[in-house]
Structures are given as structure tokens and as C-alpha cells.
Design a protein around this ligand. Structure first.
Ligand SMILES: C[S@@+](CC[C@H](N)C(=O)[O-])C[C@H]1O[C@@H](n2cnc3c(N)ncnc32)[C@H](O)[C@@H]1O
Length: 151
């Protein structure tokens, strides 16, 4: 699996949060960082879109992280991840920068994923996604990391 994301992760706390889960994931989650765009918001998104789209392998199954995207509970997400992995296409997740994703990236995406309707900082989204992928894989393999008990 590959995570294609805008910006360079400089903050130690954000780096460690992402690594805590990414390092334990099977299959591995490779991080590809795209340079932040400059200029007006539209230009920033357009330039970042070029970088994001060109980092996608040709046959990639691309999942765009977007607050307006599809939401799932962790059990449903675990089933979805298994389905995506079964497609035998490179599974890639895409995270935008401070201005969000350009429409061209959303148009290319095969699916979208929302972590809820609130806007999260893009560097934090990396850690949140890595944790949910780790949880999904734990659910699929029967590992007790996920406690499903709810009233
Ligand atoms: C600071 S947010 C961009 C906010 C921007 N105004 C927008 O409307 O997308 C940066 C990136 O983090 C990701 N992101 C932020 N909140 C998210 C959420 N609730 N669900 C999924 N992805 C989110 C998206 O990839 C977004 O492009």
C-alpha cells in the first residue's frame, strides 16, 4: 500500500504518530511526499494535483481522503480494505495539503474516504489513516487490538 501526501513531515510528534502504526502494518504502507504548491489557492491545488497524480501508478486503485467523502465504521472499513486489497491493483491513499484536493484528484479517485465531517490538519490525517488501516488489518486477522464491544 502507498500513501501519497502533500508536504514534508517535519514535526517529530506527527512523524512518530504515523510511524507507530505504519511500522506495524502488513502489507507495508509506503509514504510518498509531494512538494507543497505555491501561489494562490487555485494554483496551489493545481500544482499539488500534478504531483499527486503523477505519483499514482497507472493501475492504482486510488482512495482520496476528503472530509466530504464516504464514511464507514471500523468494521465496515476493515471489510472494504480487504476488498480493495483483493483487486490486485496497487492500493494508494491520497491526502491533500492545507488547501485540500483539486477536483482533478477527486475525479481520478476510485473511491473517497472521510474520517468524519470535521477538517483535520493534513499531517494528523496521516496518523489517523495509518491507525485505521492497522485497526482494519487487526479486525481482518482476528487480532484483539480492536475491542468491538458497544452497548
Ligand atoms: C486541512 S485539510 C484541507 C481542507 C480543505 N479546506 C478542504 O476542503 O479539503 C487537508 C487534507 O487533509 C485531509 N482531511 C482533512 N480532514 C479530513 C477528514 N475529515 N476526512 C478525510 N480527510 C481529511 C484531506 O485529504 C484534505 O485535503
Amino acid at each position: 500500500m502507498r500513501l501519497i501526501a502533500v508536504g514534508r513531515m517535519k514535526d517529530r510528534v506527527e512523524h512518530d504518530l504515523f510511524q507507530r502504526y505504519a511500522a506495524r502494518l502488513t502489507p507495508r504502507l509506503d509514504l510518498v511526499e509531494i512538494a507543497e504548491g505555491r501561489g494562490a489557492a487555485v494554483e496551489i491545488k493545481r500544482r499539488e494535483a500534478q504531483g499527486l497524480l503523477s505519483a499514482l501508478p497507472e493501475r492504482a486503485f486510488a482512495v482520496a481522503l476528503d472530509e466530504g467523502g464516504r464514511t464507514h465504521d471500523s468494521m465496515a472499513f476493515a471489510r472494504l480494505v480487504e476488498r480493495w486489497m483483493g483487486l490486485a491493483r496497487p492500493l494508494c491513499f491520497v491526502i491533500g495539503g492545507a488547501e485540500g484536493l483539486d477536483g482533478s484528484v477527486l475525479a481520478r479517485a476510485d473511491d473517497t474516504l472521510s474520517l468524519g465531517p470535521m477538517t483535520w490538519p493534513h499531517m494528523l490525517v496521516r496518523g489517523l489513516l495509518a491507525e485505521q488501516l492497522y485497526r482494519a488489518r487487526a479486525i481482518a486477522s482476528g487480532h484483539p487490538y480492536h475491542r468491538a464491544g458497544r452497548p
